[in-house]
Design a protein around this ligand. Structure first.
Ligand code: 9G3
Length: 566
């Protein structure tokens, strides 16, 4: 490809709206351009990289026995009503009405579409197991799209769905998919961790794992053990904990305590001094719109994924001030578990306290000498808190540590959550009808571009892993004609005849400009043809190293082909 004709609008200056290295570089290197918040156009270089990720994924899906389909983005609202999800998703689900007034959703995911498709076409156990996948645009109206392709409102996802006759079949399919995901992560050159994850609103009956690309700007937190291979998304991670001996001493009855103007935990903690250890924090949530209260110790944070899973909700959100006022009778900061008429989830460590201090559900009042189990129910006690880095590993007791991660893959065991609801049943060997056992498997294809650039760049620009680079070689003649131009076109033809994808910088630019652009777009190999062309020598340099060597054309060709054969 000749760079003089390539649509590659590189930028010198850093775009102001870009907050992360990958977002800045993908704009400066002419890979993407914003159309609207969270909505991007892929320019030729970005499209080429995206296609390489897609092809890698297709190879591994093929290997895992999955068959490619392409499903519509426009999904009839009836499907989402049948699955019970239409009402629980809020503004994130983009809805539209067609010219006949019929309601549609723009697909954020495709469980409903694929399950009804398979329901209508497959009836016998003989046609199972079946795994179908697509690489397709998803629409989710994120409240705060950001970081370029990392959190977009229109993005490319590979989503696969498997249908088995029993749990054993699902386990095998799930394992094959996990293996495929490990190969995809490695093929993309990503440093990643596969972690136990929360099945979230998708509510699978079985396990679920996330593939986290390690990056400081990642929105997720991976908790891993320094001593064993335990690793989990913070949403799921547990802390080692054993219930303490039941307390012996009698605790006086709970009593009201005037705390005017103490609005926050921090202020209360200050007022309490060392009593803060007995502080019980109560937060009000809406689970699919229904209020619920969560109680954790003052030193802990509520883990909303664990609360959502325990309540079986699709959507969980913190109640706003006026809902909290309505539910508790008091402003935020004075909420407490005693006397609340909503489901009460009490973290097991709060439940184990001999006595605690809580809001009195009355403005400017708290309660002290509150005894969990005596003054409020513990029937829904459980693990509802975020692990802290100073907790011990639940597997081996070792020290835990946290890393930021970007979720680039997520595999779920769905069980019969969708097949039962949507009637995707099969006739088994005995002629009995049973719901198919499903799994679903996502990869953020466009998000991978951001994760790769986030992990593979330096001050000068992107450093593409060899398998994903938009071109294999950057050929840079320093003169427009004469020996160097002639040698460049010979090398260009030679490399292309051997199957290398070559970008020839034939622009009438100064060498410095050409080198800066080459470093910015980050192709794996740069071959400069300058003064030594007369002796048939070129300068060969790999983007990931700083040394350049003088080689004959043949040697340079051999180096390139060896690199491509890796
Ligand atoms: C929605 C909206 C956003 C959503 C969902 C539904 C996430 C939703 C979870 C999944 C689970 C898996 C198949 C591929 C892998 C991920 N955000 N999820 O279901 F209506 Cl607006 O998408 N789906």
């Amino acid at each position: 490809m000749k760079q003089s004709t390539l649509f590659l609008p590189t930028l010198r200056e850093v775009p102001a709206e870009a907050e992360t290295a990958s977002h800045r570089l993908m704009l400066r290197a002419g890979l993407i351009r914003p159309l609207a918040a969270g909505i991007y156009s892929y320019l030729p270089l970005g499209r080429k990289v995206l296609r390489k990720v897609e092809e890698l994924i297709r190879r591994e899906m093929e290997e895992a026995g999955a068959q490619e389909v392409l499903l519509p983005a426009m999904q009839p609202a009836e499907l989402w009503r049948e699955s019970g999800r239409y009402a629980v998703y809020g503004p994130e689900l983009i809805r539209l009405t067609d010219r006949h007034g019929r309601e549609f959703a723009l697909g954020p995911t495709h469980e409903e579409v694929i399950t009804t498709l398979v329901r209508d076409e497959i009836g016998s156990y003989r046609r199972l197991p079946l795994t179908l996948y697509q690489i397709q645009t998803k629409f989710r109206d994120e409240r705060r799209p950001r970081f370029g392709l990392l959190r977009g409102r229109e993005f490319l996802m590979k989503d696969a769905y498997s249908f088995d006759t029993d749990e054993a079949g699902l386990d095998l399919t799930y394992w094959r998919m996990e293996e495929a995901y490990h190969r995809i992560m490695k093929g993309c050159g990503l440093r990643y961790r596969a972690v136990e994850a929360d099945s979230g609103s998708i509510g699978g009956e079985g396990g679920t794992h996330e593939f986290m690309a390690l990056a400081a700007i990642g929105e997720d937190t991976v908790i891993s053990c320094t001593a064993c291979d335990y690793a989990a998304n913070l949403e799921k991670a547990e802390a080692a904990w054993t219930a303490p001996e039941a307390p012996v001493r009698e605790v006086p009855a709970a009593e009201r305590w005037h705390t005017p103007g103490v609005r926050t935990i921090a202020e209360l903690t200050e007022r309490l001094g060392d009593e803060a250890n007995h502080l019980l924090k109560t937060l009000i949530y809406l689970a699919d719109g229904q209020p619920a209260a969560v109680v954790v110790r003052g030193i802990h944070e509520v883990n909303e994924a664990k609360v959502r899973a325990a309540l079986g909700a699709e959507v969980l959100e913190l109640a706003d001030a006026e809902t909290t006022q309505r539910v508790t009778g008091a402003p935020v900061g004075f909420a407490g578990p005693v006397g609340l008429q909503v489901p009460l989830l009490v973290d097991r460590e709060a439940a184990a306290l001999a006595e605690g201090i809580t809001g009195a559900n009355e403005a400017d009042w708290h309660l002290r000498h509150v005894v969990p189990g005596r003054d409020f129910t513990l029937e829904r006690a459980g693990d509802y808190r975020n692990v802290r880095e100073d907790d011990a590993c639940p597997r081996c007791g070792g020290a835990l540590e946290g890393h930021r991660g970007i979720e680039v893959g997520h595999v779920f065991k769905l069980g019969t959550k969708y097949s039962a609801k949507l009637g995707a049943v099969f006739t088994d060997e005995t002629g009995e009808e049973r719901p198919m056992i499903m799994g679903c498997y996502g990869i953020g294809v466009s998000r991978i571009l951001s994760a790769v650039v986030e992990q593979h760049h330096d001050e000068q620009g992107i450093v593409w892993p060899q398998g994903l680079a938009p071109f294999d070689v950057h050929l840079i003649p320093l003169a427009q004609e004469g020996a160097s131009a002639e040698l460049a076109s010979r090398l260009y033809a030679g490399l292309r005849s051997k199957g290398a994808d070559v970008l020839l910088d034939d622009r009438a630019e100064r060498p410095g400009v050409k080198f800066k652009d080459a470093d910015l777009i980050g192709l794996p190999v740069r071959i400069v043809i300058g003064r030594d062309a007369a002796e048939g020598l070129v300068e060969y340099k790999e983007r990931c190293s700083k040394d350049a060597v003088k080689l004959t054309v043949e040697e340079a060709m051999e180096r390139v082909l060896a690199l491509l054969a890796q």
